[in-house]
Ligand binder design. Structure first.
Ligand code: AMP
Length: 120
């Protein structure tokens, strides 16, 4: 597993070195709007801890962080009114997954009928 790179853009957002449009913040998690949305509603949820991807997060985060994170995801889905209409969660991981920012995050996309899950 690659070492955590603390110069990544989400680490900078957590350190408040660059701005983000925050939707929700908890003790262990932060949710904000994606700066380059791929859907009418496109939010990102990240843990505040330094984890590169889902595997790193599940292996090394505490149960408190993991619980906090998934509650934050559900909070954002509720806040954005996506419970009834539905949404898609995506977490890209590593090179084949197309992960651009090496800080674990979940995308929440919605606000329209999304297309097929994968387009090659
Ligand atoms: P991924 O490819 O899964 O690593 O997704 C990274 C996401 O971060 C992309 O959807 C980008 O649009 C988004 N992104 C990049 N820079 C920023 C930023 N400064 N603020 C918010 N979202 C960003």
């Amino acid at each position: 597993m690659q070492a955590y790179d603390s110069t990544n853009i989400f680490a900078k957002i957590l350190r408040k070195e660059i701005p983000a449009t925050v939707i929700h913040e908890t003790a262990c998690s932060l949710a904000f709007h994606d700066a380059f949305p791929k859907a009418p509603l496109h939010a990102l949820v990240i843990p505040k801890g330094a984890y590169t991807d889902l595997h790193d997060f599940c292996k090394n985060a505490s149960d408190t962080e993991i619980t906090d994170f998934w509650h934050a995801v559900d909070h954002v889905i509720t806040d954005l009114n996506l419970v009834e209409s539905g949404c898609r969660l995506i977490s890209n991981s590593g090179a084949n997954g197309g992960q651009e920012v090496p800080h674990f995050h979940v995308h929440i996309c919605g606000g329209t009928k999304l297309g097929p899950m994968l387009v090659k």
